[in-house]
Design a protein around this ligand. Structure first.
Ligand SMILES: [Zn+2]
Length: 214
């Protein structure tokens, strides 16, 4: 079982529509590199260890639903310190888990790339991308249903009885860190209450690519 890390470069940057955070969609190039394999026992799925592998990267040109958050808000909401990457990824994993309910796809149809400091935007960014070459419109459906998507993710965290994360919400504590669930809850609360830039027509954005702020 390969462990993958996705790297997404927006090919068509769209306007930043909010100072605090922005939600949009765009064309992206995804490079997935398998760096590790896990040895798992048949039937019990017991973890028997891991090893390095060297494979050529998988390239994908597709469309993504993108969420960026300003550095200032990220720090204010507790996305800081050594666990910040895990907590941010927890938000992404949760969005990816609830998204198929809204766009009626298989969980495997959507990929996630999480950057705690995106080289492109210079701030935390999440990319939920269509795993079919060229995209089949999933990013547009996610863009249109963004408020419902964020609310549903928040509801999952709030309703889960676990203390610090479990596979049913943000992921196990070992993956998201001791403060991962609390940070993810705070981030989602902030994002789902914020003013969402839905009044910017997608078609107009597509026609007018501009340089994203450095
Ligand atoms: Zn939980």
């Amino acid at each position: 079982m390969p462990e993958t890390s996705g790297l997404v470069e927006p090919l068509e940057p769209l306007p930043q529509t909010g100072e605090d955070h922005s939600l949009w969609r765009g064309e992206v190039h995804v490079t997935t590199v398998a760096t590790l394999y896990k040895k798992i026992r048949f039937y019990t799925r017991e973890n028997l260890g891991a090893g390095d592998i060297h494979l050529p990267p998988e390239e994908l040109d597709t469309e993504a639903f993108v969420l960026t958050l300003s550095e200032a808000s990220a720090a204010e909401l507790g996305l800081a310190g050594g666990d910040r990457g895990s907590a941010w990824r927890a938000v992404g994993s949760l969005l990816r888990r609830v998204a198929p309910l809204f766009v009626r796809c298989q969980p495997a149809d959507l990929g996630l790339s999480s950057h705690v400091r995106s080289p492109h935007f210079g701030c935390p960014a999440l990319f939920l991308y269509d795993r079919v070459q060229g995209g089949v419109g999933l990013s547009e459906l996610l863009f249109r249903g963004q408020r419902e998507l964020l609310n549903a993710a928040l509801e999952v965290v709030e309703r889960c009885d676990c203390e610090a994360g479990c596979p049913a919400c943000v992921g196990p504590r070992e993956e998201v860190g001791p403060l991962g669930k609390e940070t993810a809850r705070r981030l989602l609360e902030h994002l789902s209450r914020g003013v969402l830039p839905t009044d910017v027509p997608v078609a107009a954005q597509d026609d007018a690519p501009v340089e994203a702020p450095a």
